[in-house]
Design a protein around this ligand. Structure first.
Ligand code: PMP
Ligand code: GLN
Length: 379
């Protein structure tokens, strides 16, 4: 196993003094009120181990948010657990339910931790491509392909909306199709919803929590790091029916046992105000539009960005000969010679599938985006 693409590209960006639009993280600060709330918790002496499952006030705040937004009531005691980031949550969910030889469906391209996580559990990875042959360049789920991948050994499917890296958002119709497809099965769902509050153009986030037939078989994962611009805090949560959560916690207690106390208290206080996540779509939609307007003047071909903070572009029409490099080599060249770091989409596929598409992250200050656009306009 090599080093993750995010580590590789961020190190190269730092070395070459490039604008880092590769690894997904904001280059601006979160709300000072959140930082104050965490500092207050530290000063109040909330610095020892919290409950294994997480600080009760934070679990209650999460349950209240899910109920308000998606209409599903999770019990804060038995159905919500606070984790050390979504990465831990996904690994722990997989270790809790996947037994050696169980099949787990992943929809490619997918976030780079899913496949190694399944392999760590001894599971068998079943890759289903997103998009359909009739619609090149689309990353919509194809339910005929998913149906064909289901077998009696299928234990779980991992879904991710809004989607990293393609920035596609699943619709109500997609969720209803998934619900109908899984209804006659015992297949579990791991729903990676870390970008739940970044959905644009008036669309709504289709959490599995909205669909009773899915909620009953799902682990929902979301990350405070994404929502509150604090990716380095590595605090997230999982919501699942009590029977699944009991299994999750068996692994969680011997995995991390528990998560940073003052950050949990600070988040609980801060979550009393829903405005920060309710205003997030407008905040990021403006950045998306600014970035897209700049890219539209270049020879990069824009793919849709319906959600998340990513923008994929096709490089095949650029005027430079480097457009013929592999995506991965193009990204190395772009970082070293043009001064903008990006992530090749091939990093999200098992077989290195190369379709001349790279991913930028626009969770950046306007001036960072402007500087990147100036450099990219040379191509
Ligand atoms: N899932 C997806 C789709 C992501 O993009 C990320 C962020 N890298 C994660 C999970 C992990 O989130 P966290 O930083 O909270 O571990
Ligand atoms: N989720 C972020 C991305 O896709 C960062 C992930 C990481 O650094 N492991 O870029």
């Amino acid at each position: 196993m090599g080093t993750t693409i995010f580590t590789v590209m961020s190190a190269l960006a730092a070395e070459k003094n490039a604008v880092n639009l590769g690894q997904g993280f904001p280059d601006f600060e979160g709300d000072p009120r959140l930082v104050d709330a965490v500092a207050d918790a530290m000063r109040k002496g909330l610095n020892q181990y919290p409950l294994m499952t997480g600080v009760p006030a934070l679990r209650q705040a999460v349950a209240a948010k899910i109920a308000a937004l998606y209409g599903h009531a999770y019990d804060a005691n038995s159905e919500i657990t606070i984790t050390a980031g979504a990465t831990q949550a996904i690994l722990t969910a997989i270790l809790a339910v996947v037994h050696p030889g169980d099949e787990v469906i992943v929809l490619e391209p997918c976030y780079d931790s899913y496949v190694p996580n399944i392999e760590l559990a001894g599971g068998v990875v079943v890759r289903v491509p997103l998009g359909s042959s009739s619609e090149p360049g689309s990353f919509q789920p194809d339910f005929d392909r998913i149906a064909a991948a289901l077998t009696p050994k299928t234990r779980a499917i991992i879904i991710n909306t809004p989607h990293n890296p393609s920035a596609t958002v699943w619709s109500r119709a997609h969720m209803e199709k998934l619900q109908a497809l899984l209804a006659p099965t015992n297949v579990l769902v791991i729903a990676d919803e870390v970008y739940e509050h970044m959905v644009y153009d008036g669309q709504q986030h289709e959490s599995v929590a909205r669909y009773p037939g899915l909620a009953a078989r799902s682990f929902i994962v979301s990350s405070f790091g994404k929502t509150y611009h604090v990716t380095g805090w590595k605090v997230a949560y999982v919501a699942a029916p009590a029977s699944l959560m009991a299994e999750f916690r068996k692994v969680h207690q011997f995995n991390v046992f528990t998560v940073n106390t003052p950050v949990q208290h600070g988040l609980a206080t801060y979550m009393a105000d829903p405005q920060p996540y309710l205003t997030l779509p407008a905040f990021y939609q403006r950045k998306r539009d600014l970035f897209r307007a700049g890219l539209a003047k270049t020879k990069f071909r824009l793919l849709p960005s319906e959600g998340s903070y990513f923008q994929c572009v096709d490089i095949s029409q650029l005027s430079v000969p480097e457009r013929n490099l592999s995506e991965a080599d193009f990204c190395l060249w772009l970082t070293a010679e043009i001064g903008v770091a990006a992530i090749p989409l091939s990093a999200f596929y098992g077989n290195g599938h190369d379709q001349k598409v790279i991913r930028f992250c626009y969770a950046k200050k306007d001036e960072t985006l402007q500087l990147a656009l100036e450099r990219l306009s040379r191509l």
